[in-house]
Unconditional design. Structure first.
Length: 357
């Protein structure tokens, strides 16, 4: 092997090194792309956490509203039997002042109003049960959102670990490449020095054929040794190229899997966002219904307070204390509660038994 072949081999090795550098740059670019994808996934996780907090706040508001409605219903149920007993006593005393036909008509009107109020209370209970079922459904969906969030966090951690491993591999390849470049530089300098020395020796010793032959044999031996070293470096470069051929498909498969995971994560985030939007609209509709129900309850409470205050004022003028006969028929009218029906029926029975005495 002469000097020109050696230069050609060195150029080929340098070209292979440049290809290795380009492949390393490509791997670094892929690592930057994966960093951006991981940051996007973190942003999606933050948005999903914010939407979850908002949904939990809406649910807590709904629970507070439902609890207040339940307390009001229990309060109305507790107050209805007391009013029924007062009406029973008042009806038995009023029988002495009115005829049987007038009392029957009055009680019929009151029973109709009581039935209407019972139907209305049943509808309110049914609406509360539906709201409770929807609340349980929202809790289940929130648990699913938590599970998807945990899956996203685990995937992000896996991506970070894989990114760190790829960065460590890239640093190793860069170190090996730098070492090989340094070795090639040293060998190039040595070959240039040896070539200059050989040219000088050949120019000085042209008159000595035997010595020249020995020197040529020495030069051939050195050249063969250099060729062997170059062959070893070629084999090393070939091994590195084979390693790159195995590593590049591996990273391609990994990038495909990462893209698939990113699409799956984006689809899961889109579904979660869609579900949250749907539940926001449902919660707004339910909030409006609850506002209407609170307004109706407020009207009922105002009517009850007005009726009770009028009765107390009418009874306060008697020196013997409040009398059930002191109020007018409008003041004796019962507050429309859901348990008025049975007490009025008992009053009617007493009124019909009274004339027999």
């Amino acid at each position: 092997m002469n000097e020109e072949d050696l230069k050609v081999a060195i150029k080929e090795a340098l070209n292979e090194n440049s290809q290795l550098q380009e492949s390393q740059k490509h791997l670094l670019q892929e690592a930057e792309v994966w960093k951006e994808k991981v940051s996007d996934l973190k942003k999606q996780k933050i948005t999903s956490e914010d939407s979850k907090v908002q949904a939990e706040q809406v649910l807590s508001d709904k629970e507070n509203q439902i609890k207040s409605l339940n307390r009001r219903l229990v309060k109305m149920k507790d107050q209805s039997p007391v009013l029924g007993e007062d009406l029973t006593d008042d009806g038995s005393l009023e029988l002495e002042m009115k005829s049987e036909s007038e009392i029957g008509a009055h009680l019929g009107n009151q029973s109709k109003e009581a039935l209407k109020e019972l139907v209305y209370a049943a509808e309110l209970n049914a609406s509360l049960e539906t709201l409770e079922g929807e609340r349980r459904q929202i809790y289940t969906l929130l648990s699913e959102v938590d599970k998807t969030k945990e899956d996203l966090i685990e995937r992000i951690k896996n991506l970070q670990t894989e990114q760190e491993s790829s960065q460590s591999e890239n640093t190793q390849f860069e170190n090996e490449n730098q070492k090989l470049q340094q070795k090639f530089k040293v060998k190039m300098e040595q070959h240039q020095e040896n070539a200059l020395k050989l040219h000088r020796k050949l120019g000085v010793e042209e008159k000595c054929p035997l010595e020249e032959e020995e020197r040529f044999s020495e030069v051939d031996r050195k050249i063969n040794h250099a060729a062997e070293e170059l062959e070893t470096y070629r084999n090393r470069a070939k091994d590195l190229e084979e390693e790159l051929d195995t590593i590049i498909p591996y990273y391609e498969r990994r990038s495909i899997s990462y893209e698939k995971k990113a699409r799956d994560n984006a689809l899961a985030a889109w579904r979660a966002e869609k579900n949250l939007k749907y539940f926001k609209t449902v919660n707004a509709h339910k909030r409006q219904k609850l506002t209407e129900m609170e307004f109706q309850f407020k009207l009922l409470e105002d009517a009850y307070a007005l009726d009770v205050s009028n009765t107390a004022i009418a009874r306060g003028h008697s020196p013997y204390g409040p009398s059930p006969l002191s109020g007018t028929s409008s003041e004796m009218r019962a507050f429309p509660l859901e348990k008025k029906g049975p007490p009025r029926l008992r009053t009617l029975g007493r009124l019909r038994k009274k004339p027999s005495h």
